[in-house]
Design a protein around this ligand. Sequence first.
Ligand code: MTE
Length: 310
Amino acid sequence: MLIRIPRGWEIPDRDATAEALVFGRRAALKAAAGLGAGSIALPAFAQDAPPARNPRYLAGREITAEKDATTYNNYYEFGTDKGIHRAAQKLPQRPWTVKVDGLVDNPRGFDIEELLKTMPMEERVYRLRCVEAWSMVVPWTGFPIAALLKAVGPKSEAKYVRFETAALPAAMPGLRQSWYPWPYIEACTVDEAANDLSFLVTGAYGKPLPPQNGGPVRFHQPWKYGFKAGKSLVRISLVAQRPKTFWEAIQASEYGFWANVNPEVSHPRWSQASERVLGSGERIPTQLFNGYGEFVAGLYTNLQKERLWA
Ligand code: MTE
């Protein structure tokens, strides 16, 4: 008898996306057209369907309930507790421009509507592991940052990508805590950004990304701790020197630059061996690179002298 062992990222069948969602609006319209004009009315979800889910990266765990993922947040600009979702609604989502500059051939601003129309949108079900040892699984929509970088043409001297996030005092009461080094800055190497997993997120659960999760656009590299995922991005800069990040500026001994997930390297305040699943509260073992090692471990083979883990 052939026993098929599912690979780590394969989801249970009950989480599989309906065909209409996988093939997206265009295919649904085509299918409807094939049935003859006026023969069926499209269901509402097909008309607003999110882009197709990328079957290459599935989480191997149940998707976190939308309510949990959108009401338990870290967004210090709105306050240091997890219940900032109401306060975050004050962050205007339009108009919104992301400036892409630094060591690139064509520096320019991208209006969020232009990004939504021109970038290769897809849905990715990713695990997110916070350094505080909780985790969730979210169907994000967005596009690989590699597509945006291609549009501006990084110069060969560019080694790092610096992410600057919104700092709007009128909307963000946390900015009054002046001992924090605002704005929230994050960074990765150009090589890491070029990895297909590095994702600019513009939606979640088939809807526009809510402000508390970093709307209208945030970053996410699922093999790193969640603090690397800058929210509500306003500027992406290609630079030659490694930028100092928000958390490194606060406490470099606790929050390193690389911050790759590793169950064997504890944070001074949290063991990283296991994680609490948001929603169910179940504790599960944490995986090296948050389970994405097959896609990213090769990025680090020549960097073994670096402090690769948080
Ligand atoms: N981005 C900004 N601008 N400000 C923040 O406080 N918190 C980070 C990250 N991005 C943070 C941020 C942390 S610590 C985590 S774990 C994730 O966002 C949480 O994302 P979520 O609220 O969507 O779960």
